[in-house]
Ligand binder design. Structure first.
Ligand code: HEC
Ligand code: HEC
Length: 271
């Protein structure tokens, strides 16, 4: 048999070889592009083509399939760094009037005496997003939710402008009396935790991350535990759940105590 005849379909070995190779190729393609994508429980595809694209690493285009069909509602708030960046005096004034009904829990100056979160000086984007989330049910709380359900978009923007305009409690971390917890200052690189301040404001503020300084210790602890247990699920892309899940209970206590720290006279004045 000459070399030419080796590679023709007249040679039964060649035909069998090509047949087996083609068969294997089809099988792996079927497995990798179709069977495996469909085997992933948390993914749903509108069409076969979507499954193939997903396997190839292309983003899914089918918006027609709601991904939150089961499980908690996800946040619908849309955040950009400039959202509500330049509020008008009128907006702040309307917010002040609306805020009267919030004062009983959040305090007349936005500093709570009852372990409700302080709102004074909170980033406007945060107030806005949290209210949108309470309104939609993406974040729920038996005490707070009823006050958000009937707010209009304009009212939410006005309240955000007002509270952001009020002076916030400053950071208070005297050394060496109060040691700085490692988890706050360095994060935990091996566990994928960035320093808290890289999102929360002392180093940098990632839009949507709340100002924590002077916040109620009990409140922050409860929020960290709720994120860790996936009871609070309104953080976009699980940013905060991923952090809280990787924290130890002791680190949660330390971080809450660190951020809650305030000079003695401020505590007295608000008590
Ligand atoms: C009856 C008490 C009460 C009233 C009145 C109330 N809130 Fe709240 N609010 C709370 C509590 C408690 C929380 C914390 C909920 C939680 O633990 O998830 C909260 C949370 C919030 C948050 C989220 C803060 C953060 O840092 O994540 C915002 C924003 C807020 N409230 C705004 C308002 C506004 C605006 C009003 C008035 C329209 C209002 N609240 C009225 C009790 C109240
Ligand atoms: C990658 C950015 C990022 C890092 C790092 C991060 N956080 Fe957060 N955190 C967020 C975001 C975003 C939210 C708001 C989630 C939402 O409601 O949308 C949040 C919310 C919180 C809240 C709830 C506050 C409130 O008023 O609702 C607490 C408490 C908190 N973080 C503590 C921490 C601590 C402590 C660390 C460090 C161990 C930390 N975070 C690290 C992004 C981050």
């Amino acid at each position: 048999m000459g070399a030419r005849e080796l590679f023709t379909f007249r040679n039964p070995y060649f035909s069998a070889g090509v047949g087996i190779a083609a068969g294997l190729f089809l099988l792996t393609a079927l497995g990798g592009f179709i069977i495996l994508p469909y085997a992933q429980k948390d993914l749903q595809f509108a069409s076969l083509w979507d499954a193939i694209c997903s396997a190839a690493g292309l983003p899914q285009r089918s918006a027609s399939v709601p991904t939150a069909k089961v499980g908690p509602r996800l946040s619908e708030a849309i955040l950009t760094p400039t959202i509500l960046a330049r509020p008008s005096q009128e907006s702040i004034g309307r917010g002040a009037t609306l805020a009267q009904r919030c004062a009983i829990c959040h305090g007349p100056t936005g500093i709570s005496r009852a372990d409700s979160p302080n709102l004074a000086g909170q980033y406007a984007a945060v107030i806005y997003k949290e209210l949108v989330d309470f309104r939609s049910g993406a974040r729920t709380n038996a005490v707070m939710s009823p006050f958000a359900v009937n707010l209009t978009d304009q009212e939410i923007a006005d309240l955000a402008a007002y509270y952001a305009y009020l002076p916030r409690l400053p950071a208070y971390h005297p050394t060496p009396q109060l040691p700085k917890p490692r988890i706050v200052i360095y994060g935990a690189p091996m566990r994928g935790i960035a320093p808290c301040g890289s999102c929360h404001g002392s180093l940098d503020n990632k839009t949507g991350s709340p100002w924590l300084e002077g916040q109620s210790e009990a409140y922050m602890k409860a929020q960290l535990q709720a994120f860790a247990a996936s009871q609070r699920t309104n953080d976009i892309s699980q940013q905060m759940r991923n952090v809280a899940r990787a924290m130890t209970p002791q680190e949660i206590d330390e971080a809450a105590a660190y951020y809650a720290s305030q000079p003695p006279e401020v505590v007295k004045a608000t008590d």
